[in-house]
Every structure is written in structure tokens, then in C-alpha cells.
Design a protein around this ligand. Structure first.
Ligand code: ATP
Ligand code: MG
Length: 290
């Protein structure tokens, strides 16, 4: 499988069930892929340094997934390849009262990186068309009736349009988005939950509520399918990454991160002739320093 096979840019009909959760025939090639991932990690470090030095583009890496799909370990891995100065991680939890008192893009905007930096979003404003859709949370919102009166489809179609517009706005203002759906299978999630229950060191990762979310699997897949179908664009495509084998997902994510940093094509800033002359003077001064 190639990263290209995971990419969906909205140019044809989207069918989530056509996207695998498993590495399939690549399953036997773990060592090879681990090596490729290590190379990408190195490349990522080099590109990020230039991105930071240049300070022209901001990059947002968004991770969406069902529980236990590996968001946290993917973030840990991406972080291992970059200089922490220049990267932030923000987790989108259940909104606070203050957050609910604002529009749903507010906390995303507040956490956008400065240009030259990378922000990793652990979940994102996509929760507002995923969990909010599945659990019908808009019924609990304090908003004027003109914002809530329509059918579900109308309400969420409007949000998809707002998200497309917002993402185009970001593109036009010097940002690039990498939107990743870690596509884990139901069977693999069960195995990972069992490990979280059985292994003491993993107990903290499990909460009984995770099973209530699992029970809503078909509704979540439907919401993911609609969200991805309606918000994938040329400048902000989605990547549906098979996530049953963590090492494989990690490789594909590393490919995607390297890809987006290469697209930025960052360069170390060029020195002006004046600055160069000044540096030569400083050099002279240092060499002769007594
Ligand atoms: P972990 O792997 O630690 O469980 P997590 O991302 O699942 O990580 P949690 O604190 O368990 O973290 O979950 C955050 C919860 O917040 C999720 O259930 C998510 O759906 C919910 N959430 C995030 N954004 C919103 C939102 N806008 N509206 C309602 N719920 C939201
Ligand atoms: Mg959770």
C-alpha cells in the first residue's frame, strides 16, 4: 500500500468501507517498514528545522480515530522526530463551559501554531461533526433557534461547509493541514481494550465509558464517512490510514508528515550581503580575541 491509496481529496465518491484497517499483505514486512519509518523520522527532523528557521508556513496535524486506535502513540512517535521547540500538542477534550459559550472553531483557532511551527491536534473541531452528531449533542446547546431548527442533515451540512471554508481560509493564510483518520478495526479495538484491562501498566488508559462509545460503532463510522466525504478538498484532503498494526500506521503517518513538510519546501533564510559582511567582521573579531 502507498500513502496515495489512503488519500481522499473529494474528487470522487467516498466509501469508507473500501479503506482497509489492516496492513494486509504488508503484514510480513514489519522490519522493513520500521527501517523506512526511522529514515522518515530523520528527514522530518531536518525539514522541521528549516520550517522553523524560515517561519513561513504553519502546519497542523490532526488525528481523529475511535478509542485505542493509537492516537497517543502516533503523537509520541511523530514527536520523537522533531525539536520540541516549534511543536505543540493540544488535546480536544469534552468542551468546558467557557468553550461551549463560544463558536466551535474558537478553541482550534486559539491553538493554531505560529507560522514556522507545527501543532498536533489530538482530536479536533471534527468532534463537532462526529461525537456531536452521534450523540445528538446539539440538542443541549444554548443557541438561538435559527441555528438549531433545521434537520440533522441541514445542520451538519452547514458545519461541513463552515469547516471547508475555514480550512481554505487557513490555506490562504499560510497554513497547511494534515488530516488523519486512524482506521482501526473493531476486532483490533477489542484486543487493545482487553490488554488495557489485563495489564496493570495499561489500566489507566481504560475507562468503562469506552465501551459505550464502542457500542455506537456503526453510527460513528457513518459520521466519519459523512465528515470525510464532505470536508476533503484539494488543499485539505483526508488520509484514511489502516491502524490495526501500529508499526504500519506509524510508517504511513511518517510518510504523510514528511510529505507535507516537503510540500512546504522550507529553506534556511539567505543572508543579505550586509549581514554576511557583518558576520565576517564578527569572525575577525573573535579570531583576534585576546
Ligand atoms: P485517551 O486515549 O486518553 O482516552 P481521548 O482523546 O479519548 O484519549 P478522553 O478524555 O478519553 O481523551 O476523551 C475526550 C472526549 O472528549 C472524547 O470522548 C471526545 O469525543 C470528547 N469531545 C471532544 N470534543 C468534543 C466536543 N466538541 N463535543 C463533545 N465532546 C467532545
Ligand atoms: Mg478516551
Amino acid at each position: 500500500m502507498l500513502l496515495e491509496d489512503c488519500r481522499y481529496d473529494g474528487s470522487h465518491r467516498f466509501d469508507l468501507s473500501k479503506y482497509p484497517t489492516s496492513a494486509k499483505t504488508d503484514k510480513a514486512k514489519k522490519a522493513e517498514y520500521a527501517e523506512l519509518t526511522a529514515k522518515n523520522t530523520q528527514l522530518m527532523a531536518e525539514l522541521q528545522e528549516k520550517l522553523y528557521a524560515e517561519g513561513h508556513e504553519g502546519v497542523v496535524i490532526m488525528l481523529q480515530a475511535m478509542d485505542a486506535a493509537g492516537k497517543d502513540s502516533t503523537i509520541k512517535h511523530v514527536m520523537s522526530g522533531v525539536n520540541p521547540q516549534g511543536v505543540s500538542v493540544y488535546s480536544f477534550k469534552t468542551p468546558s463551559k467557557e468553550e461551549l459559550g463560544h463558536d466551535y472553531l474558537w478553541r482550534a483557532v486559539k491553538n493554531l501554531p505560529q507560522r514556522g511551527n507545527i501543532a498536533i491536534f489530538n482530536r479536533s473541531y471534527y468532534e463537532d461533526v462526529l461525537v456531536v452528531r452521534v450523540k445528538d449533542l446539539r440538542k443541549t446547546y444554548a443557541m438561538p433557534s435559527r441555528c438549531l431548527d433545521e434537520s440533522d442533515d441541514e445542520f451538519f451540512d452547514r458545519r461541513y461547509r463552515q469547516i471547508r471554508d475555514f480550512e481554505e481560509y487557513l490555506w490562504e493564510n499560510g497554513y497547511r493541514l494534515l488530516k488523519i483518520f486512524l482506521n482501526v478495526g473493531m476486532e483490533e479495538q477489542k484486543e487493545r481494550f482487553l490488554a488495557r484491562i489485563d495489564e496493570p501498566a495499561k489500566n489507566w488508559k481504560f475507562s468503562p465509558g469506552d465501551l459505550d462509545e464502542r457500542a455506537l460503532w456503526p453510527q460513528y463510522m457513518d459520521a466519519f464517512e459523512k465528515a470525510i466525504a464532505n470536508t476533503s478538498t484539494k488543499h485539505a484532503p483526508w488520509y484514511v490510514i489502516p491502524a490495526d498494526q501500529k508499526w504500519y500506521a506509524r510508517w504511513l503517518v511518517s510518510e504523510a508528515v514528511v510529505g507535507i513538510l516537503k510540500d512546504c519546501d522550507p529553506q534556511f533564510p539567505e543572508m543579505s550581503p550586509e549581514d554576511r559582511a557583518k558576520m565576517a567582521e564578527c569572525r575577525e573579531r573573535l579570531v583576534n580575541w585576546k
